[in-house]
Write a protein that binds this ligand. Structure first.
Ligand code: KG4
Ligand code: ZN
Length: 355
């Protein structure tokens, strides 16, 4: 007998996503973004994001069902991001997910957003090998993780960022360079016309033994700001700045990730999160993995940034692992640390919504 169809709902930041997954297979997904509404403010405005989720949730779920050729009543379980993220935005997704799970009488699972990013890759490349090394690089997080069974075992952090995340560095420097929001894709595009060796930006923590696998990007951001200030009154060679910044970020990320694989005897590196969409991060990871004999897995571009399919993918893994459903009073955890893929207090599992 095949397992139930899992609806995944994502609303932690500015993307409203719905995805449908069964047995590791993506059946359909849809996405709405409030990105354009935030652009004039240069960053995500939480209230605008929450309101946009409220408007988009129903149509996005409907669109995902239509794409999959399914009906609401075909859904056998609901998974939803309960953290980390913007609290108002998470609340909207959770309320919607609870409504659907309750109305259908199916189990609900609270999912860690970053575990979703990791699971996204399974939709394209199949189950993750145990163990694997995961470099997670998003707008709010940068971590190097040793992952065994994503939904059964605790996730081991080999390193984290000590300050800004890699995506945050791209976003903030893009703003300083006068590039549009969101900054990561703008830096990526602009860098194509630049020389990555033009500006000798620092490689933070590259050689610091006590922070072997940790990252730090705020110094790099400051270095980029100083460099831009140094051009006051003259035209800023933005393409060179963008290419050099991108090279510095890609260099530290991929160097540490590949070293971690070699040192821990892990033969697969999985790079996930919004910054995994960066063309230089992808190409340098490829080059260095090939040289080190490490197998590289990176999700397709459309599954790197936030989406509902990745949350459905975690839900599907939880269902198949026989995990307990969340209680109906499960709440959000905006700053949830990444330890377990399922994000739900298990203190009162008896109150879970039974299938
Ligand atoms: O994973 P994600 O969609 O949302 C979070 O969970 O944060 O990641 C968003 C981040 C933003 O900082 C964005 O600028 C960055 O990913 N990003 C990129 C690219 N596409 C998105 N950074 C560099 N190059 C890109 N092509
Ligand atoms: Zn994300």
């Amino acid at each position: 007998m095949s397992s139930p169809i899992v609806l995944g709902i994502e609303s932690s930041c500015d993307e409203t996503g719905a995805g449908l997954v069964r047995d590791g297979r993506l059946l359909g997904h849809a996405l709405a973004s409030s990105m354009d509404e935030h652009a004039r403010y240069g960053g995500v405005v939480p209230e605008i994001a929450s309101r946009a989720h409220l408007h988009a949730l129903r149509p996005v779920v409907r669109q995902a069902l239509d794409e999959a050729g399914l009906r609401l009543s075909d859904i056998g379980a609901v998974a939803v991001t309960t953290g980390p993220g913007l609290s108002g935005a998470l609340q909207v997704g959770l309320a919607g997910a609870k409504g659907i799970a309750y109305a259908l009488g199916v189990p609900l699972y609270g999912v860690h957003h970053l575990a979703g990013h990791v699971a996204a890759d399974t939709l394209e490349h199949g189950p993750l090998p145990d163990p694997c090394m995961v470099l997670i690089v998003s707008g709010g997080h940068t971590s190097l993780l040793l992952v065994r069974d994503l939904v059964r075992d605790p996730i081991v952090h080999l390193g984290d960022t000590l300050d800004d995340a890699a995506g945050e560095c791209f976003d903030k420097v893009a703003r300083i360079f006068g590039l549009p929001y969101p900054g990561g894709p703008a830096i990526d595009r602009t860098a194509r016309a630049g020389d990555p060796g033009a500006v000798p930006f620092p490689r933070p923590l590259a050689q610091t033994p006590q922070h072997r696998y940790d990252f730090s990007f705020s110094g790099l951001k400051t270095a980029a700001a100083r460099w831009a200030e140094g051009h006051a009154g003259r035209e800023l060679p933005v393409a060179d700045g963008a290419a050099s910044l991108q090279e510095a970020v890609a260099d530290v990320l991929t160097r540490k990730a590949v070293e971690a694989c070699t040192e821990h005897g892990v033969d697969t590196l999985v790079v996930v999160g919004g910054v995994a969409a960066n063309s230089r991060v992808r190409s340098l990871a490829e080059e260095r993995c090939r040289a080190a004999g490490v197998r590289l897995r990176v999700p397709p571009l459309g599954l790197c940034t936030d989406n509902g399919a990745m949350i459905a993918a975690v839900g599907d893994l939880l269902v198949r692992a026989g995990a307990a459903a969340a209680p109906l009073d499960v709440s959000i955890d905006p700053s949830a640390p990444l330890v377990h893929a399922a994000l739900q207090p298990l203190a009162n599992p008896a109150r879970g919504v039974a299938a």
